[in-house]
Structures are given as structure tokens and as C-alpha cells.
Design a protein around this ligand. Structure first.
Ligand code: SAH
Length: 369
């Protein structure tokens, strides 16, 4: 970690000393930008105008904001950093899923995945470089934690994808890429506000889904701050099994997690999604399905079954198709709305639990996909 910090400082200084000193404009929500402009004697409507430019059009430079005076564009250019990452690579899967690898200013890499489906386009974004949760079946978890993303880095993933795929309207956002969003709470909340702001990305907040392993103090606060949809990475109905998969379960055991879910003040007709990655011989017994049905009884919920995406080097396997179908129907007969999440983008390692970011200086970077 200490090397990565000092590397980051030196690479920034050598790249362009002025650049690192400018604040990122996408770190501001609309109220923040308005306040800043007000202090500088710039009329508040300008903030809204620039916000529209940033998020509706995703320009490559301030110079593209052609309805602003040249003088103002230059002033903005001097004051603010517009993009905080660069596209390094993108790959498209046979099923249309597209994955981008972005390099951050300090050389860290993150991945973002666009999943086109009938009638909608879902973007899966990262909230941290690496992840501290160490879930034993997740590739991102095995890499360890590097750092939080800033609000600008969270939002710029969406802006860059919009720019790369201008004909595709991003209708849904899932915070299901690298990282645990609730451990980067403030930056994530501000990013969600910009996503859902009609002057920002204009994506309705119920079409934004935050997925978490269940950091309880933050989960309890979440719906007071933003009206998003919630997905909980559950993966087992008993502490014995969940504890082996999700280390955080030792701190917040299942009964506390489910208790907190029961107390969430969900908007009308909103359900909690429980993600359940099916792993052969670990959590795919039909008795576990029975326990799960009992556990979720009375919670407005749906269960998303994700047959494990296997990662070489990790000792877990995907159950047979028959077992996945049996597990699903066992839940259904017990009254649980269990759906199977289609695996998308597996051929380009873009599926759940397959994202990894490596620094460009890392010799395995180019061979990792
Ligand atoms: N940290 C958050 C956000 C990541 S979401 C969370 O855990 O919810 C990524 C989802 O994919 C999580 O539900 C995660 O448990 C699941 N996942 C991780 N590795 C996987 C794998 N190898 N196969 C299938 N799903 C996986």
C-alpha cells in the first residue's frame, strides 16, 4: 500500500504538476457547484447549465461547451479537471456485454461493464479499487483493497461509457462492480445524487441498485439519504456457511442483517433483492433453500440466484444445471420469488466476481484477460 501511494504521487507530479492541483468538477453535486460559483460571483444558473453539459453530453473538453463564452470556457479549463480517467481497453463479449478498463490518474485500474438487455441498458460500475471484504469466492476480494474512488471517478465511468456508446441510453446503474459501496459512503451518496438529479444524469433512483455485503450502520442510514434499490449479497441462510464465504458475517451475523432489512423503510412496491451465488457442495443443498425461505418470510423480496462464475485459483465450482434448477424450484414452492441471473460477459471476464484492476506497472496486467 505504501508503495502505491508514493507511486501515485510521483506519477502525478511527473505527468503534469498543474493537473493534479485542479479539483475535479465531477466531485461536485449541483448544490456544491452553485455554492462555489456564488462565491466567485458567477450566476447560479451557470452551474445548472454546466451540469447539463457534463452529464447529458459528456464532452471531452470544456471547449466543446459551445454556448458558453470562450472566456468562460478558458476560465473553467484553468480551474477544473474535467476527466479523471482514461480508457485503456475495451472488449465486447459475444453476448453484447462490453467491458472497459480505465486508468485512474494514479495508475490504478478499474473496470466498468455495460450489459445491454431487451429494452434496457444496465451499467455496472465500481466504487473502490480492489475490495477489503475478502469474500472467498470473489476475484476482486482476493486482490485486496487499494483505495476508495472519488465521486468524480464513480461518475466518470458513466460519462466515458456514454461517450463511447452515444446511441445507447443507460437506463439502469448497478453499483456491483469492484468494491463495497457502503465502505465508501460519502462519495457514493454524492455520486448517486448526481446520477438521479434531473439536471445530472437523470436516472430514476429506483433504477439505481446498490449491492452490499451488509455494512449495517450504513445500510440502516442509506434510504434516509438516497432512494435507491437495495441488493444484499446473502449467499447462505446459516451463519456457519455464510461465515466461510463472507468474512464480514462474523461482525454482522445473518440475524442482525435480516433484522436490519426488516426495518428498512422501503417505498411502496419496492422489494429487496437478495443475491445468492450458488456454489457446488457449499451452499446449494436443498435444506439451505428451505432455511432461506424461512429466513426471508415476510420481507418484500426477490432472490437473485447467480450460478458461480468460476475463477482459476479459487477452490469453488459451479453446481450442475439440474441442481440450480432444483434449488430455484424449491424456493419457488416455498413462496420465494427466485430468479436466475443470466451470466453475461463471462468470455471477457466481465461477469460477477471476475473484475480485477491491476496497476499498469504490474507485469501480469496484459495477461490477465
Ligand atoms: N461488494 C458489493 C458489491 C459487489 S456486487 C457486494 O458484495 O454486494 C458483486 C456481486 O457478485 C456480489 O453479490 C458478489 O457476491 C457476487 N460475486 C462475487 N464473486 C462471484 C462469482 N465468482 N460468481 C458469481 N457471483 C459472484
Amino acid at each position: 500500500m505504501s508503495t502505491s501511494v508514493s507511486d501515485s504521487v510521483s506519477s502525478r507530479i511527473s505527468a503534469d504538476p498543474g493537473e493534479a492541483l485542479r479539483p475535479a468538477i465531477k466531485d461536485q453535486d449541483l448544490a456544491g457547484l452553485e455554492a462555489r460559483f456564488e462565491r466567485q460571483g458567477i450566476p447560479a444558473f451557470r452551474a445548472r447549465q454546466i451540469f447539463r453539459w457534463l452529464y447529458a453530453k459528456s464532452p471531452a473538453s470544456f471547449d466543446e461547451m459551445t454556448n458558453l463564452s470562450r472566456e468562460f470556457r478558458v476560465a473553467l479549463e484553468c480551474e477544473w479537471d474535467l476527466h479523471v480517467m482514461e480508457e485503456r481497453r475495451s472488449e465486447t463479449s459475444g453476448d453484447g456485454t462490453r467491458k472497459w478498463l480505465f486508468a485512474l490518474r494514479d495508475g490504478n485500474l478499474i473496470e466498468t461493464v455495460l450489459i445491454p438487455e431487451y429494452g434496457r441498458n444496465t451499467l455496472c460500475i465500481s466504487t473502490q479499487v480492489g475490495c477489503a471484504m475478502k469474500c472467498s469466492f470473489c476475484l476482486t476480494g482476493t486482490e485486496g483493497f487499494v483505495r476508495n474512488l472519488s465521486t468524480a471517478e464513480i461518475l466518470d465511468q458513466i460519462c466515458q461509457v456514454k461517450r463511447g456508446e452515444p446511441e445507447r441510453k443507460i437506463t439502469n446503474v448497478v453499483l456491483m462492480g469492484m468494491g463495497e459501496p457502503l465502505l465508501n459512503y460519502d462519495a457514493v451518496i454524492r455520486a448517486i445524487r448526481v446520477m438521479s438529479d434531473s439536471a445530472g444524469l437523470g436516472i430514476s433512483s429506483r433504477r439505481i441498485t446498490l449491492s452490499t455485503v451488509g455494512v449495517l450502520p450504513k445500510l440502516r442510514r442509506l434510504l434516509e439519504d438516497v432512494n435507491v434499490s437495495i441488493a444484499i449479497s446473502l449467499h447462505a441462510a446459516s451463519n456457519e456457511i455464510r461465515g466461510r464465504l463472507v468474512p464480514l458475517n462474523k461482525k454482522y451475523p445473518i440475524e442482525d442483517l435480516i433484522g436490519a432489512c426488516r426495518e428498512l423503510s422501503l417505498p411502496a412496491r419496492r422489494r429487496i433483492t437478495f443475491e445468492y451465488t450458488l456454489i457446488e457442495g457449499v451452499n446449494d443443498a436443498l435444506e439451505e433453500a428451505d432455511r432461506l425461505a424461512r429466513l426471508l418470510h415476510g420481507i418484500p423480496s426477490k432472490v437473485n440466484l447467480i450460478p458461480l462464475n468460476e475463477n482459476p485459483g479459487l477452490p469453488y465450482r459451479r453446481p450442475t444445471e439440474t441442481r440450480v434448477a432444483e434449488f430455484q424450484s424449491r424456493l419457488r414452492v416455498r413462496g420465494v420469488n427466485a430468479v436466475r441471473r443470466a451470466t453475461r460477459g463471462a468470455d471477457i471476464s466481465a461477469a460477477c466476481g471476475q473484475l480485477k484492476g491491476r496497476r499498469e506497472t504490474d507485469p501480469v496486467a496484459s495477461g490477465s484477460h
